[in-house]
Design a protein around this ligand. Structure first.
Ligand code: ADP
Length: 259
């Protein structure tokens, strides 16, 4: 079990390393794939074609891994726009429509009141996609995923974990009726490259990315899971109210800090 600060440090250095390497790697793999495609077109021998197709599949797999690394490396703490959490959920739901198999039901429960958060739309969507796809993977025989948004007020409770300041938060929960996890697995899921999936399916970067996005947005994520029952991820993100939003007026723009 890693300490939170150790995990944050490891994520940061990994992000730097990944950013440096993944970009060049991705380009080299693209060239590799082009050549493989070219040779495949010229080849009619079935055995050779099969070998080439395998080579192609592994190059594709490597490209997917570098793509994930690039996404992971790009987690700069951005200001982000003020966005409505329920709108992101609806958008993600539409995107997921094709990915979620017919045997998995996806239910969304919007917040009873609008939840304005300061976050990047694409990254919020990435969080939802990662969580829902993991949930789907945990339900090979079918089941239900519920995405739920709700407002939460945190008070000053020194014993409470995670250590978030008191205030108004948007709570985003993603629960499934899947395989669940043992406590040993649950303790490690946010570590980069930790995966229990077969090599060709898992990168172990999905939840590390989710963790990085959430903590850099001033929020926190926790998980509760029970084997054979299911898993719930709970994310808290600070909500933005009119009074606390940074000024977006002409004076700010004149000073050159906006835009
Ligand atoms: P990957 O999906 O590539 O394995 P992640 O970081 O997204 O990487 O997940 C790490 C591990 O956490 C998974 O391999 C799986 O063991 C576990 N996990 C994540 N989400 C769930 C879930 N909803 N139910 C059960 N196990 C999960």
């Amino acid at each position: 079990i890693m300490e939170r600060s150790a995990l944050a440090e490891r994520l940061e250095s990994l992000g730097q390393l990944a950013g440096g390497v993944a970009h060049d790697f991705n380009n080299l793999l693209a060239i590799n794939l082009n050549y493989l495609d070219f040779v495949l077109e010229q080849t009619s021998d079935p055995d050779a074609r099969q070998d080439l197709t395998r080579a192609r599949a592994s190059a594709e797999r490597a490209r997917e891994l570098t793509r994930q690394l690039l996404l992971f490396a790009r987690q700069e703490p951005g200001d982000g726009d003020v966005i409505d959490l329920d709108s992101v959920i609806e958008d993600a739901r539409a995107l997921l429509g094709r990915t979620i198999g017919g045997h998995v039901e996806l239910i969304t429960r919007p917040s009873p009141q609008p939840l304005a958060i300061r976050a990047d739309w694409g990254r919020m969507e990435q969080i939802l996609l990662n969580l829902v796809i993991n949930a789907r993977d945990a339900m090979p025989d079918g089941g239900t995923v519920i995405i739920e948004a709700a407002p939460v007020e945190l008070d000053d409770d020194p014993d409470r974990l995670p250590p978030l300041p008191a205030g108004s938060y948007a709570q985003l929960q993603v629960s499934d009726t899947g395989t669940g996890m043992t406590p040993e697995v649950a303790a490690r899921i946010f570590e980069p490259f930790f995966t229990t999936k077969a090599k060709q399916h898992g990168t172990g970067l999905g939840l590390a990315t989710v963790y990085a996005i959430v903590t850099e947005s001033g929020g926190d994520i926790s998980v509760t899971s029970e084997p054979q029952v299911g898993t719930t991820f709970r994310i808290l993100l600070p909500t933005v109210t009119a009074g606390t939003a940074p000024p977006d007026d002409a004076a700010t723009q004149a000073s050159g800090s906006a835009g």
